[in-house]
Design a protein around this ligand. Structure first.
Ligand SMILES: *Cc1c(COP(=O)(O)O)cnc(C)c1O
Length: 384
């Protein structure tokens, strides 16, 4: 028996999946090839061609895609990687998995993305790379970071987990020659349940990422199968297992067909919220810089000084009215894992943004009527 987990509230998010995904998985299961194989390769080509990157390497998450990217680009233990603190733990986890250390940088308070000047101020002799995050589907200022990375000879990589379909200066994230990783978790733009992909124009990096992804083996299972087992694989280096399965890739291929509609719906929903929240003094809609076409993986509002109620109370009151919201991102330098080693680190813009932001429901299928309920609940929750 299944229960409807979404029945008694306006949920914060709900992935858009249907019979097409069920049928696609059914076909894969009945084909007899369940793990990484032809569907994964097809999905990789489809995402690469959609975003304008040369290669896609499918993985079981964005975390592992980011890890592979750092490793194949030569990030090593002892290196420091600049990244925002105002991001999800997965950004830092990928850096730690590669044996390096994150060095947290403050954000631009308008875009919630890493601020180039703050990044420059955090450079040390150990800085090896910059991990730029396109937070909540909002492209970061790529050109500023491309310039910075060239000036100091740093590797630039992009955590684009939430930004599939977003555009920077009219070109998709992924098309800029900067290696970028997407996530296919249900909270992101398209979903395969769990999954991720590393996009790069560097053929050697892609090839090495494929090897590390699959136990460090020089030959993929599919190649060996096609050769009827006569090829012997070698292990040029130690690897891991972060393969995507063909069942997930089959879902992903259907999801990609939905992406244009997902982007349009989210944009319309964001436009409605922009318009409606413009009339509420206590909140500020998201700022969209001229270079950005955001994907709106989340819709983030900021409480203004005229709001007499804290974000936590607003979220609690919204929940009582049947509207599920979420706190904004909590800065990583305050997490127990980092707290001691980073005692004294102050990132005022990240800390303020964490206190003053919250996410409203936004997802394909969210109706205008539901959005009106959300805005009414928001207005009522602002009363002191
Ligand atoms: C969701 C997210 C990740 C992690 O993605 P997974 O697929 O869950 O590993 C990494 N970075 C950012 C910015 C994210 O939003």
């Amino acid at each position: 028996m299944s229960t409807d987990l979404f029945a008694d509230q306006i949920p914060f998010l709900k992935p858009w999946v249907g019979e097409e995904e069920v049928e696609a998985v059914r076909e894969v299961i009945l084909s007899g090839w369940l793990s990484m194989g032809p569907k994964t390769a097809e999905f990789e080509r489809a995402v690469a061609s959609l975003v304008g990157a040369q290669h896609g390497v499918g993985t079981n998450s964005a975390t592992t895609a980011l890890y592979l990217m750092l490793r194949v680009a030569g990030v090593e233990p002892g290196d420091e990687v600049l990244c925002p603190s105002f991001t999800c733990m997965a950004t830092a986890n990928a850096i730690l998995l590669a044996g390096a250390s994150p060095r947290f940088v403050d954000i631009d308070p308008r875009t919630f993305n890493m601020d180039p000047e703050s990044a420059e101020a955090q450079l040390t002799p150990r800085t090896r790379a910059i991990m730029l995050v396109d937070q909540i589907g909002m492209p970061a200022d790529l050109d500023a970071f491309i310039t910075l990375s060239r000036r100091y000879d740093l590797l630039l990589v992009e955590d684009a987990a939430t930004a599939l379909g977003a555009r920077y200066k009219k070109r998709p994230i992924g098309a800029w020659g900067v290696p970028a990783c997407f996530s296919f978790h249900p909270r992101k733009m398209i979903t395969t349940g769990e999954g991720g992909m590393l996009m790069t124009d560097n053929e050697a990096w892609a090839a090495r990422a494929r090897i590390i992804r699959s136990a460090g083996a020089s030959v993929s299972d599919l190649k060996r199968h096609q050769a009827k087992g006569v090829i012997l694989q070698e292990y040029p280096e130690a690897g891991t297992n972060c393969r995507l399965t063909d069942m997930q890739a089959a879902i992903g291929l259907i999801q990609l067909q939905r992406l244009p509609d997902i982007l349009t719906q989210r944009k319309h929903q964001a436009d409605y919220y922009d318009h409606a929240t413009a009339e509420i003094d206590e909140v500020e809609p998201p700022f969209v810089p001229p270079y950005a076409e955001p994907a709106y993986s989340s819709y983030c509002i900021r409480l203004t000084p005229s709001c007499r109620v804290g974000a936590h109370s607003v979220i609690t009151r919204m929940a009582e009215r049947g509207v599920s919201c979420r706190h904004g991102i909590q800065p990583l330098h305050h997490e127990p894992y980092f707290r001691d080693s980073m005692a004294g680190l102050q990132l005022p813009e990240s800390e303020a943004a964490a206190r003053e932001t919250l996410f409203l429901p936004i997802f394909p299928g969210l109706t205008r009527e539901s959005q009106e309920v959300v805005v009414d609940a928001l207005r009522a929750s602002m009363l002191p």
